[in-house]
Design a protein around this ligand. Structure first.
Ligand code: GLN
Length: 309
């Protein structure tokens, strides 16, 4: 294998010139302003190195990638009883699908579609005011990234709240089935802010490292979660992390991954690396087009796959 830095430089250079990059999400008006030409890659390794290419130090809206952090916190609160309120099966539907929720009587398919993530947020909110829960989620992202400079973009949070009709529908629907314990507006206030956390690829790759190393932060030696829980979160990322594009992502990339409509993807190569990519243009499933191709290239060249050597 060539050196990791050279590998990233090659993958970045090969894709950077590409015209077909998908469309930037417009349903959150603040995200529509982002330059489609941005493209960053970062890889963090258990040895403590971080390799970067392109716009790897520019912060972007992590959006649904925050669902990984909030699931980790919700499991810390409830343990396995969380699974009474949210399933663990791929949805095969869009991230904001309402139809499925009716069939399944208010129990979302998995914690990575919006409905499931809203339940996880409701769990983290227990015993707190929304402001405190938002602080807890932000501090967790800062802790695992080992970087206190990470912030929430209030304009993105407001923009999403102003247009968050579908998420309000999902939340109200689950409340009707008794699957939210707090008022819809409080839960969504937290949810919109967690989605508006802004991180660079470098920060995100470092933040994901605990999932690549059996639940501990290799640099500081601190334990975040058990290795069993880390394996399970990775399993859910593999099967559910890309909505109805999860099967294709597993086929092409072969690694657990979680995407966000801001154009970021966090992928985990267990034992080897945590990888973050960002390109705001999305494919039809709402996943970063260039980001998916970059991960495919990196995984292939580095020989990283959970399915075999
Ligand atoms: N904040 C976005 C939403 O709720 C997150 C969706 C995503 O990143 N796929 O619509």
């Amino acid at each position: 294998m060539q050196g990791l830095q050279a590998l990233l430089d090659d993958v970045w250079a090969e894709l950077q010139g590409r015209d077909e990059r998908g469309e930037v999400a417009t349903y959150i008006p603040e995200l529509a302003k982002i330059d489609r030409g941005k493209f960053g890659i970062a890889v963090a390794t258990p040895e403590g190195d971080t390799f970067c290419a392109g716009d790897a130090d520019e912060a972007f809206s992590i959006q649904s990638i925050s669902k990984v952090f909030v699931l980790t916190l919700a499991l810390g609160r409830l343990g396995d009883t969380l699974w009474q309120r949210v399933g663990r099966e791929p949805s095969g539907t869009a991230f904001n699908s309402i139809v499925q929720l009716e069939h399944e009587r208010g129990i979302p398919r998995n914690p990575f579609i919006n409905a499931g993530a809203i339940v996880a947020t409701d769990v983290v909110l227990a015993g707190h005011e929304p402001r405190e829960a938002i602080g807890e989620i932000l501090r967790f992202a800062q802790f695992v990234a080992d970087d206190d400079s990470i912030r929430i973009d209030p304009d993105v949070a407001r923009s999403e709240s102003d247009t968050g009709f579908r998420n309000r529908a999902l939340a109200n629907y689950m409340s009707a089935f008794g699957n939210l314990k707090h008022p819809v507006e409080k839960v969504l206030g937290v949810y919109f802010h967690q989605c508006a956390i802004a991180m660079s690829c470098r920060q995100l790759a470092r933040a994901g490292l605990f999932l690549a190393t059996g639940g501990c932060m290799p640099i500081t030696g601190q334990n975040v979660i058990s290795s069993r829980r880390a394996r399970r979160i990775n399993a859910l990322m593999l099967t559910c992390g890309h909505y109805d594009g999860s099967g294709d992502f597993a086929f092409r990339v072969g690694l657990p991954g979680k995407s966000g409509v801001g154009g970021g993807i966090l992928a985990i190569a267990p034992g080897k690396a945590s990888i973050a990519v960002w390109s705001p243009g999305l494919n039809a499933n709402g996943n970063s087009m260039l980001g998916s191709l970059a991960l495919e290239g990196i995984a292939q060249r580095a020989g990283w796959s959970v399915f075999g050597p």
